[in-house]
Design a protein around this ligand. Structure first.
Ligand code: ACK
Length: 986
C-alpha cells in the first residue's frame, strides 16, 4: 500500500522554515528551494519516489520528494539528483531537510516500515548522459530522523522537520550526482542544499585577501598572503589563515599608508592641501608646520614659505626657519692686554636653537673704505667662528689702532638664504681704552653705622660715565662676604655697617665700554657707639623667632648668609653684563652659573613656538585613555597608557583641553607644558609630551598613583613614620631647590599641588605662573587685585606681589605643616583676613601634634617676616638630610616641651640663641642667668652636660623650673651633638 498523496504536508511550514540567512562564507552549488522550474531529478522505479511541487505563499515552487511504501517489503527506491558541478570545492556539504514518519504510529507495518534512508554520491567529469547505476554510487551515510512524527502530530498539524548535514569529499572530478535510497520509510525530502565553504574576500590591516577555499583536511589552515590596498605598502608581510569553516584566523603583519596618504576607514586617503605625511606608517596627515605649505593632495612634505628654509637635517615635522637677526647691544671692555666683546642674542633667532656667532675683524685706516681683514693678526678666545656664547675675548691687538668688529649671528639655515647678512658692528680704538680709574677715595664722615665716601672723577673719559660701583667688606671677614652698591654721583653713603669696625672699599667706573678696574683699596672705620653696638650685635645674634632647636638652623643660616652675601657680590658683578643679555629671570633671579635657566614662555612672541621648543608632540595613536581621574580647569584629567616605540609602555596622566576653547585658553593650557618641559628632576612631575596637532589637545605627564599629597595624607592619617614624612618633605624641597636654581618661582606651592607616586615619591606639579593662581580654588583676590592662595603665601607676596624663591620657601613651610598634620587646613577655619592680620602680628602656626621640634623650627624659619632670613631650598634639603641621617634628632617633640607644668596653655616662643643667656631667655628662665654664670656655665657645651643635681646646686629651687631647664637641656644636648658631628664648634 502506498500512502500516495496522502499525508503530510509541507506547505504549512515551508514558507518560513526554509528561510535562510546569509552564509557569507558558503558557496552554494545547489539549493532546491531556489530552483524555479522543474528539478528534473530521476526516480527508480517509477512507483518509488514521487516528485511533488507545491507553491508557497509567495508563489514560489517547493520541490519535495516523497515516498511512503511502508506496507510492502524489500523496498529499493532511488532518487537521483542532476549533475552538480563542484566548482572550486574539494569538500562539499549536503544539507537535507526532511520529515520522517514514526513507524509505530502506522498500524500493521511492523517488519516492513523503516525509519531511515541512505545518501549516496557518484563523481563524474561529464555532466550529461550518465546512466544511473546504483553500484557505481558510494554511500555517504544512513540518514535517520532526529525526530519522526506520528499521525497524532499530523492531526495536531505538528510537523517535525529534520535537518542533517553530511560532508562529502575529497571530490576530484568536475562534479557529482547525489542519490537517495529509500528502503521502506515514509519520507518527505523537503529541500537539498549543497555547498562548500570558503574564507570570503576581506580587507584586513590595509591588505586585501581573496576568496579562499579551505583545505579538505580540517586541521590544517591555508596561509594567504594579502595584497596592500592602493597607496599602501607592506610593513610586515600581511597574512591571514583560512580555517576549515571558512573563517579567517590569525592576522599577521600589515600594510601601512604610503607617504602622503593616511588611513581612513580601512583605505589610504590622500592628505589634503595644507597637510602632509612624510613617512609611510600608521600616522595621520599633519598640518604643515609653521612657515610651510602644501598646495596639492598627497604631499609628502610641505614647502617652506619664501624667506624660510629647512636645513638638511631638519625633520619634515619641523617649522621652516630663517636666519637670525643680528646680535644686539654689542659692547666692548678694553684693558691693556685684553679686549672683551659682549653682545645680546638676536631678537629673532629665526625659530632655531642652533645659534652661533662669527666675529670678523677689520682694521681701517683714516678712510673708512680702506679696511683690511685682521682676524689672522689677533687671537680670539675661544675662537672667531662658531661661538655659542655671546662673548669673545680678543688678544694680541696693537696699540693705537682702530679695529672694527662685525658680529654675525648664524643658524642652521643661514647658508641657504640669499639675503645679505646683517651684522652688529663696533669700532674699538685701542688708544681709547676702557673707562679710567677713579681718583683717591676719601672718607667724608663716619658714624657708627655709616661711612660717607667721595672720589675724583676719572680724568679722561672718552665715553660718558654711566655709574660707579662701590664694593666693600668688613676687613676682618675679607674672604667671607662682600657687598656692593651703585651710585651715579662720585660719592656715596654706605650704611648698615657695624660700629667701630674697619671696612675696605674700592670703586670702579662703568661706561658703555664696560667697567674700569677697581680703584686701590681704602680702609675706613665706623665710629664706636656702645648703645648701638649692643643692639646691632643683637640683630646679628638673635635673628628671629625660633625654638630650642634653632641653634642648628642659626649656624646654617649664618653660614648661608655669608655664602649668599658673597654670591651677591659675584652675581651683582655678573648681572651687569648679564642684564645686557636676554633677561628672562623672574623677579631678579640670577641663575647659578652652569645651571640651565628657566625661560618664561610668555617671552615668546608666538607661544606655540615655546610649545615646539620645550615639548615633544605625541602621536595620539600612542595614547590609550583608560579612565577619567579628575577634573582640571581646562577639561578632564584621565589616566592611561603611552606607547613609545622601542620602550616599555608606561602609565600616564592625560590632561585634556575640552572642546570649544578659545585661543587664549589653548595658550594658557599649553603654557604649563612649555614650563614643565624645561624641567628634568626626579621631584618635578615629568612631561611626556603634548598632543596639539589633533583634537583633543592633551598634555601627557607621568602617572602618580597616589594622586595629590593633601588628599593622600588625609586618607592615610597617622599611617607614616616621621622619617617617611621627612622623606616626602625632602623630596619636595629637592624639587623646589631645582626650580629655584633654574630661576623658576612656583607661586602656588601647596600640598594640593604635589603629586605622590606608588613609592611615596613626591613631585612638584601645577605650573603656569599667574594662570595657576587663576585656577587654584584656594586663590583669593587681594586688595591689590591679584588672586593669591593667602594661607600659603608669604606676606610680601600678598601685599605687593613680591614673589620669589623666598616666598616659595614660606609656602614650603606651610607644606611642611600640612604634611606633619596629615593634610590639616592651614589656620583651620580662620578667615583669609584673620590669617593676614595674625601673621602681621607675629602669630605663626603651632607645631602639629607629634611634630619633632626640629621640623617646627624649620617651619618657623621659613616663616620669617624678613624674606632674606628665610632658609634657601638648598639649606632645607641639607637640613632634612641631616635629620634623616640622624633620626634621634627627630625624637624631641614640641608637645614634650610645651607640656611643662609651669606653663599650662602658654605659647612657647623659641628664639634662636648662641649664648647661655639667649638660651635662658628663650625658655623664659632669664632670672637664672647670674646663677649659671657664677657657677661657670658660660658655654652651651657646658650647660648641655648638666644634670638635675647641677641645676639644683646652682640655685634653681622651684621644681617646675628645674624640669623646664632640664627638658630644654636634653634637646640642647642633642643639637649640640649634631653640631659637633658637623664640625662646628660653639
Ligand atoms: O587628588 P587626585 O587624585 O590627583 O585628583 C586630582 C585630579 O587628577 C585633578 O587634577 C589627579 N592628577 C593630576 N595629575 C596626575 C598625575 N600625573 N597622576 C595621577 N593623578 C593626577 C589629581
Amino acid at each position: 500500500m502506498s500512502f500516495g498523496n496522502r499525508f503530510f504536508f509541507v506547505s504549512l511550514f515551508l514558507g518560513t522554515a526554509l528561510t535562510r540567512f546569509c552564509n557569507c562564507n558558503q558557496v552554494v552549488l545547489l539549493d532546491t528551494t531556489s530552483v524555479l522550474g522543474e528539478l528534473g531529478w530521476k526516480t527508480y522505479p517509477i512507483n518509488g519516489w514521487d516528485a511533488i511541487t507545491e507553491m508557497d505563499e509567495h508563489n514560489r515552487p517547493i520541490h519535495t520528494f516523497q515516498v511512503c511504501n511502508v506496507m510492502e517489503p524489500n523496498q529499493n527506491n532511488w532518487l537521483r539528483s542532476n549533475w552538480i558541478s563542484r566548482q572550486a570545492a574539494q569538500k562539499v556539504y549536503v544539507e537535507l531537510r526532511f520529515t520522517l514518519r514514526d513507524c509505530n504510529s502506522i498500524p500493521w507495518v511492523s517488519g516492513t516500515c523503516k525509519e531511515t534512508f541512505n545518501l549516496f554520491y557518484h563523481e563524474t567529469d561529464e555532466a550529461h548522459g550518465v546512466k544511473f547505476r546504483p553500484a557505481q554510487y558510494t554511500k555517504i551515510d544512513t540518514i535517520a530522523a532526529d525526530e519522526s512524527f506520528t499521525q497524532m502530530d499530523l492531526g495536531d498539524r505538528i510537523l517535525k522537520l529534520n535537518t542533517e548535514v553530511r560532508e562529502v569529499g575529497p571530490i576530484n572530478r568536475k562534479g557529482f550526482y547525489l542519490a537517495f535510497q529509500d528502503i521502506g520509510a515514509c519520507i518527505a525530502l523537503v529541500s537539498v542544499r549543497v555547498y562548500y565553504k570558503k574564507c570570503p574576500f576581506t580587507l584586513r590591516n590595509l591588505a586585501s585577501f581573496p576568496d579562499t577555499v579551505p583545505r579538505v583536511d580540517s586541521s590544517s589552515l591555508v596561509e594567504v598572503r594579502g595584497a596592500c590596498v592602493d597607496h599602501a605598502e607592506e610593513r610586515d608581510t600581511p597574512k591571514l589563515f583560512c580555517g576549515a569553516d571558512g573563517d579567517w584566523l590569525v592576522p599577521l603583519g600589515r600594510c601601512v599608508c604610503s607617504v602622503g596618504y593616511e588611513e581612513i576607514d580601512g583605505s589610504c586617503v590622500a592628505c589634503r592641501p595644507g597637510f602632509y605625511k612624510a613617512y609611510a606608517g600608521n600616522i595621520k596627515c599633519s598640518k604643515c608646520p609653521p612657515h610651510s605649505f602644501s598646495y596639492g593632495d598627497a604631499s609628502a612634505i610641505c614647502r617652506c614659505e619664501k624667506g624660510f628654509f629647512r636645513a638638511e637635517k631638519d625633520p619634515p615635522t619641523m617649522a621652516c626657519t630663517r636666519p637670525p637677526s643680528p646680535p644686539r647691544n654689542l659692547i666692548f671692555n678694553l684693558n691693556d692686554t685684553c679686549l672683551l666683546l659682549e653682545w645680546s642674542p638676536p631678537s629673532d633667532t629665526g625659530g632655531r636653537r642652533d645659534l652661533t656667532y662669527n666675529v670678523q675683524c677689520k682694521r681701517c685706516g683714516p678712510e673708512p673704505d680702506h679696511c683690511q681683514l685682521c682676524e689672522d693678526e689677533l687671537r680670539f678666545l675661544p675662537g672667531p667662528l662658531g661661538l655659542t656664547n655671546a662673548t669673545v675675548t680678543v688678544l694680541d691687538f696693537s696699540a693705537h689702532a682702530n679695529y672694527t668688529f662685525e658680529i654675525e649671528s648664524l643658524n642652521g639655515v643661514s647658508d641657504m638664504s640669499s639675503f645679505p647678512r646683517q651684522v652688529a658692528i663696533i669700532t674699538v680704538s685701542t688708544d681709547q681704552g676702557g673707562p679710567s680709574l677713579v681718583g683717591t677715595l676719601k672718607k667724608d664722615w663716619a658714624s657708627p653705622n655709616s661711612i660717607a665716601l667721595s672720589w675724583q672723577q676719572p680724568e679722561q673719559t672718552t665715553l660718558p660715565i654711566i655709574d660707579y660701583e662701590v664694593k666693600y667688606y668688613e676687613k676682618e671677614h675679607e674672604l667671607l662676604s662682600y657687598s656692593s652698591t651703585r651710585t651715579k654721583a662720585p660719592s656715596v653713603i654706605v650704611s648698615g655697617l657695624k660700629p667701630a669696625t674697619w671696612y675696605v672699599f674700592s670703586v670702579r667706573t662703568r661706561t658703555a665700554a664696560g667697567y674700569s678696574s677697581y680703584s686701590p683699596k681704602y680702609e675706613y672705620e665706623t665710629t664706636g657707639d656702645s648703645s648701638n653696638m649692643a643692639s646691632d650685635q643683637g640683630q646679628v645674634l638673635v635673628i628671629v623667632t625660633a625654638a630650642v632647636g634653632g641653634f642648628t638652623l642659626l649656624v646654617i643660616l649664618t653660614l648661608f648668609l655669608l655664602i649668599t652675601g658673597r654670591c651677591q657680590w659675584y652675581f651683582k658683578a655678573k648681572m651687569t653684563s648679564e642684564d645686557k643679555r636676554r633677561a628672562n629671570y623672574q623677579n631678579g633671579h640670577v641663575p647659578f652659573p652652569g645651571i640651565k635657566t628657566y625661560v618664561d614662555p610668555d617671552t615668546y612672541e608666538d607661544p606655540t613656538q615655546a610649545v615646539h621648543e620645550f615639548t615633544k608632540e605625541i602621536d595620539p595613536s600612542r595614547i590609550r585613555i583608560e579612565r577619567v581621574i579628575g577634573a582640571g580647569e581646562f577639561g578632564e584629567v584621565c589616566s592611561g597608557r603611552l606607547r613609545t616605540p622601542g620602550k616599555k609602555e608606561i602609565a600616564v596622566a592625560i590632561k585634556t583641553l575640552k572642546g570649544g576653547y578659545v585661543e587664549r585658553q589653548r595658550r594658557d593650557f599649553l603654557r604649563e607644558a612649555s614650563i614643565m618641559g624645561q624641567f628634568d628632576h626626579p621631584n618635578i612631575i615629568r612631561l611626556e609630551g603634548v598632543v596639539t596637532k589633533s583634537r583633543p589637545v592633551m598634555i601627557v605627564v607621568e602617572y602618580m598613583e597616589n594622586g595629590s599629597l593633601d588628599s593622600f595624607l588625609r586618607q592615610h592619617d597617622g599611617h607614616f613614620t616621621v622619617i617617611q614624612l621627612v622623606g616626602m618633605l625632602r623630596g619636595i624641597a629637592s624639587g623646589m631647590k631645582y626650580l629655584s636654581d633654574m630661576g623658576y618661582v612656583h607661586r602656588d606651592l601647596a600640598a594640593r599641588n604635589i603629586l605622590v607616586n606608588s613609592n611615596l615619591v613626591c613631585k612638584v606639579s601645577d605650573f603656569g605662573l599667574s594662570r595657576v593662581l587663576e585656577d587654584d580654588p584656594e586663590a583669593a583676590y587681594t586688595t591689590t587685585g591679584g588672586k593669591i592662595p593667602i594661607r600659603w603665601t608669604a606676606p610680601e607676596a600678598i601685599s605687593y606681589r613680591k614673589f620669589s624663591s623666598a616666598s616659595d620657601a614660606w609656602s614650603y613651610g606651610i607644606v611642611m605643616w600640612e604634611v606633619m598634620s596629615y593634610g590639616e587646613r592651614p589656620y583651620w577655619e580662620m578667615s583669609n583676613q584673620d590669617v593676614i592680620l595674625s601673621i602681621e602680628e607675629g602669630y605663626r602656626l603651632p607645631a602639629p601634634m607629634g611634630c619633632p621640634v626640629a621640623l617646627h623650627q624649620l617651619m618657623l624659619h621659613c616663616w620669617q617676616k624678613e624674606r632674606n632670613h628665610r632658609p634657601k631650598f638648598t639649606d632645607i634639603v641639607s637640613f632634612l638630610d641631616k635629620l634623616i641621617r640622624n633620626p634621634s634628632s627627630l625624637l624631641p617633640l614640641v608637645e614634650d616641651i610645651q607640656s611643662l607644668p609651669e606653663s599650662p596653655g602658654e605659647e612657647m616662643d623659641y628664639p634662636m640663641f648662641i649664648s647661655v643667656g639667649d638660651w635662658l631667655d628663650s625658655i623664659k628662665m632669664s632670672q637664672y642667668k647670674s646663677n649659671f654664670m657664677a657657677a661657670g656655665y658660660n658655654t652651651l657645651d657646658s650647660v648641655a652636660r648638666m644634670s638635675i643635681e647641677d641645676v639644683r646646686r646652682i640655685g634653681v629651687e622651684l621644681i617646675g623650673h628645674q624640669r623646664r631647664i632640664i627638658s630644654s637641656i636634653q634637646t640642647l644636648h642633642l643639637q649640640l651633638l649634631h653640631e659637633h658631628e658637623k664640625g662646628f664648634h660653639v
